[in-house]
Design a protein around this ligand. Structure first.
Ligand code: FES
Ligand code: FES
Length: 186
């Protein structure tokens, strides 16, 4: 290898180094304004970011969990404009102008557990807890819309959620107990 060859290799190496250090083009982003857990906010968000990542990464609302990212497991379930939605299947920019509620919104004003959350604790309705935020959002919707659900209805709601730990029985017991307590409180 002569000196000319060495110089050529050196230049090629320099060129590769320059390429590697080039910053990737910034992603397209948009400004959205939405209400999250009752707090109105305006945010700049990547157009390709899904709602679950936006909630967790941009707003530090890590109660919403991400499992399959295919709409199957239900762990990412939140409310958008009063109805449950898979936050892994929505882009954050789609919620511009919307009212989004996450599991963090369920706690009482003083920070105490909601009736349903307390029932989960009382009936050991969770183990690892990964599925729990999504299930709480779906069951809260059910108890809002149907104050007297039977076991089959609760199980139908739970069919949209995968839980690897509990066998579901204690979750069903918690939901039915919470329904009874909410009715008694009316
Ligand atoms: S992470 Fe959204 S349904 Fe599984
Ligand atoms: S409590 Fe572990 S996945 Fe449901």
């Amino acid at each position: 290898m002569n000196s000319q060859h060495i110089a050529a290799v050196s230049e090629a190496g320099d060129a590769r180094t320059d390429d590697a250090s080039t910053e990737p083009a910034s992603e397209p982003s948009r400004t959205i304004t939405l209400s999250v857990n009752g707090r109105r906010q305006t945010c700049q968000v990547s157009e390709r970011k899904h709602l679950a990542d936006f909630l967790r990464q941009d707003l530090a609302l890590t109660g919403t969990h991400v499992g399959c990212e295919h709409g199957v497991c239900g762990a990412c379930t939140v409310w958008v404009d009063g109805v449950t939605a898979r936050s892994c299947l929505m882009l954050a920019v789609q919620t511009d102008g919307s009212d989004v509620r996450t599991v963090e919104s369920l706690a009482l004003d003083g920070g105490g557990l909601s009736v349903l959350q307390q029932a989960f604790q009382d009936h050991h309705g969770l183990q690892c807890g990964f599925c729990t935020p999504g299930i709480l959002m779906s069951l809260t919707e059910l108890l809002r819309d149907d104050p007297e659900p039977d076991e089959a209805t609760v199980r139908l709601t739970l069919s949209g959620h995968l839980c690897r730990c509990t066998g579901y029985q204690n979750i069903v017991a918690a939901a039915l107990d919470a329904a009874a307590k909410l009715r008694a409180a009316r």
